[in-house]
Design a protein around this ligand. Structure first.
Ligand code: ADP
Length: 181
């Protein structure tokens, strides 16, 4: 039997997920905002913003910080700052790094299951067909080196986003890169 699949795609609302951590798409001021960030703060309650203000003075693009999950089912929220899409080669490195730092925080906090939203693909304008393979490949590479992580779930809000991630996962799988995990 091959290993159980560790990358999962669902269409839905990240605030409802029961994984140990959720990865939010934050801004570098960690100031809250619209989109998924607003939804997570609304559902999680004011404790999350309180902890952000107490512990961090912002977060650079391409990095991430962690707080408790407040009223969410998840124990932790990881606030990742993806890039605004500029159409420059730096975009991809920053998007990859935002995912990688989030996964490193999972390892550091002994988190074995995590849900990601589609970082940067909303207000920040990253095209889905470019962002989705970066997200999926970074997750797959991390899993290869970190068998302690049992599940990486991508929670895609609408069907267009879900389809783009599904295509990226299928292409990675066809290339053989999902094997030997
Ligand atoms: P960014 O500024 O990084 O682009 P956004 O919040 O604008 O962040 O969008 C990131 C992604 O999160 C988009 O695909 C958006 O549709 C999606 N999104 C918005 N609300 C939710 C939610 N409650 N759960 C999951 N994804 C969401």
């Amino acid at each position: 039997m091959p290993n159980a699949p560790k990358i999962e795609l669902v269409q839905g609302d990240i605030t409802q997920q029961d994984t140990e951590a959720l990865v939010n798409a934050a801004n570098s001021h960690l100031a809250g905002g619209g989109g998924v960030d607003g939804a997570i703060h609304r559902a999680g309650g004011p404790a999350i913003m309180g902890e952000l203000k107490e512990k961090y003075e912002g977060c650079p693009t391409g990095s991430a910080v962690i707080t408790g999950g407040g009223n969410l089912k998840a124990k932790y929220v990881i606030h990742a700052v993806g890039p605004r899409y500029m159409g420059s080669p730096r975009d991809a490195a920053l998007l990859k790094s935002a995912h990688l730092k989030s996964l490193e925080l999972c390892t550091a906090h002994n988190v074995k299951s995590v849900s990601f939203c589609a970082i940067s693909t909303g207000i920040y304008g990253y095209p889905l067909e470019e962002a989705s393979p970066i997200a999926i490949e970074t997750a797959a590479d991390y899993l290869k080196a970190h068998p302690e992580i049992q599940l990486i779930r991508f929670v895609l809000f609408d069907s267009k986003t879900y389809q783009a991630y599904k295509t990226a996962l299928k292409e990675l799988s066809a290339s053989g890169s999902l094997e030997n995990r």
